[in-house]
Design a protein around this ligand. Structure first.
Ligand SMILES: *Cc1c(COP(=O)(O)O)cnc(C)c1O
Length: 340
């Protein structure tokens, strides 16, 4: 069965005809020489929208986060991040392997925050036994949840008092902005660096921009080169990202509405435990039901979801519509009827 409705991730979106046309027409140059006007325009646009001085265009969010960690931490230093944070959990241990930076994960609470006392206790004393704690990294949205601004303010205050730098993994910061009505520049305010993915819900094929101060982005560009992320005529892909910023931000509200519709439909079934989504990601536990069999049954109908740790995850995006949600709900109902 071919994939008809792909709910695995918002990374699966494909560039539209208009986006491809913008990419084909983009003026380009060698960006390692600083000659690509389209990359420069994208970096400036993300910096402007996040209220930072400058941006650096990266091939992926993983590389952007790693470069940020390496900007703020040297060999033998330590960063604090959530146990569920992408930059701790989902980046193949890159900070430790490539940056020689020790992670100090802190348990995430159900709303995506962390207990401030736990962060505070994890900050090491200046003592030869310990790694030097240098950085606090937050993520917004985290698991599709928008961080409460009061938590962000408190965490930034704590970091400042302790002399820590701060990084925001804002891969989905525009989802957070659209859902909360708070501008991205306000969500990123007070952070030294922020990483913004263009290839998720915004629908560009490739790329992430790291934004921050002139000094931190200057350092990040050197590290980007070291990591093999210095790209040449990357204006071709940056043009897709610029098109995405111009056309696909406000429409994220449709993805959020569709996720809410899907979650409501799923929650009608007793036995499916569905978290009400804040943005475009729906997590579903199905105790007593074989989640793997459910996913396989849906796949036979062309509906695919991702599953990890016994939980199914549905993500809405540009390339799924109401028909996809109807097909998904019909598939789930048919499966539950069959297993009784
Ligand atoms: C997707 C994602 C990234 C980076 O992803 P890449 O696939 O490397 O571009 C980083 N942080 C978060 C929160 C993400 O969702």
């Amino acid at each position: 069965m071919p994939i008809l409705h792909d709910f695995r991730s918002d990374t699966v979106t494909r560039p539209s005809a208009e986006m491809r046309a913008a990419m084909a027409q983009a003026p380009v140059g060698d960006d390692v020489y600083g000659d690509d006007p389209t990359v420069a325009a994208l970096e400036a646009e993300v910096a402007r929208r996040t209220g930072k001085d400058e941006g650096a265009f990266f091939p992926t969010g993983t590389q952007s986060n790693l470069a940020a960690l390496m900007v703020h931490c040297a060999r033998g230093d330590e960063y604090i991040a959530g146990q569920q944070a992408h930059c701790y959990r989902f980046e193949a241990g890159g900070a430790a392997v490539l940056g020689s930076i020790q992670p100090q994960p802190i348990e995430n609470l159900p709303d995506g925050t962390m207990a401030l006392e736990k962060i505070e206790k994890a900050i090491k004393l200046d003592d030869m036994h310990f790694a030097r704690t240098r950085l606090l990294a937050l993520e917004n949205t985290i698991g599709g949840r928008v961080l409460p601004q009061a938590f962000v303010a408190d965490a930034l205050g704590l970091a400042r008092r302790a002399g820590l730098a701060t990084h925001l993994d804002g891969a989905r910061i525009f989802n957070a902005a659209v859902a909360s009505g708070i501008a991205p520049a306000d969500l990123a305010e007070g952070f030294d660096t922020v990483s913004v993915c263009l290839s998720k819900g915004l629908g560009a094929p490739v790329g992430t921009v790291l934004a921050g101060s002139d000094a931190s982005i200057g350092k990040a560009k050197r590290i980007r080169k070291m990591l093999g992320g210095g790209m040449r005529q990357s204006g071709i892909v940056a043009a897709g990202a610029l098109h995405a910023l111009a056309h696909n931000v406000e429409r994220l509200a449709e993805d959020h509405w569709l996720a809410a519709t899907l979650a409501e439909g799923l929650a009608r079934h007793e036995g499916l435990l569905v978290e009400a989504p804040q943005t475009n990601i729906v997590f579903m536990d199905c105790p007593g039901i074989d989640g793997t069999a459910l996913a396989a049954f849906l796949a036979e109908r062309g509906v695919i979801v991702s599953g990890r740790y016994g939980q199914l995850r549905w993500v809405t995006h540009l390339d799924v519509g109401e028909d996809a949600v109807e097909a998904a709900l019909a598939g789930v109902a048919a499966f539950l009827e069959r297993v009784g």
